[in-house]
Design a binder for this molecule. Sequence first.
Ligand SMILES: [Zn+2]
Length: 192
Amino acid sequence: MRLVLVFLLSIVFLVSCQSKAETSKSVDMYNASGDMVGTAQLLEQPDGVQIKLKLEGLTPGFHGIHVHEYAKCEGPDFKSAGNHLDPEGKEHGLMHPKGSHLGDLPNIEADGGGLVDAELMLPRATLKEGKMSLLRGEGTSLIVTDSQDDGVSQPSGNSGSRIICGKINSGDKEASTESPTDPTEFNEKQEE
Ligand SMILES: [Zn+2]
C-alpha cells in the first residue's frame, strides 16, 4: 500500500514538473504559401537546444536558418517574425568576432531532391525560463532563408528572403489566441 502511494506521488511529481519546464518542443514548418513542408524537433540538452530538422521542397544547396524574435509567421515574407533572436546585444554571424546572435545557426544543405535532414545545435539557448529561453514571452520562430548565411555580414549574413517559418511557442498560449473555428482548416480536414 505504501509503495503504491509512493509510486502515485512520484507520477504526480513528474507530471507537474513537465508542465512547468518544457524539455522538448515540436515545431511545424510552413512555406510562404502556407503549406506545411516539414518539422523541427527541439530538445533541451545540458549545453543548449538540439534541433532535429526535416524539410522538403527546397532548392538544392545551402540555406540559412535562424531563430527569430517573435512567434509570428505571416507570409509571404515572414517579416512579422522580427530580427534574429539576440537577447545579449551581439553582432550577427557565427564567424563574427563580436558574434553571434543567440538565434544564429550553421547553414543547412538540401540534397538534389530538395530534402533536408539535419541535426543542429543552438548553444546557450534553453526551453526553460530565462533570458536565453526560446519560449520567452509569446515565443520565437525558426526561419529558413533562400540563400546561405555568410557568417559575418550585418544584420543577417546576406541570407536572402525568408522562405519557411515555424512558430516556437507553448501550445497553451497558441490555443487561446487562435479562433476555434477556421473554415479553411476545416475544409482541409474534410478532404483528407
Ligand atoms: Zn544573426
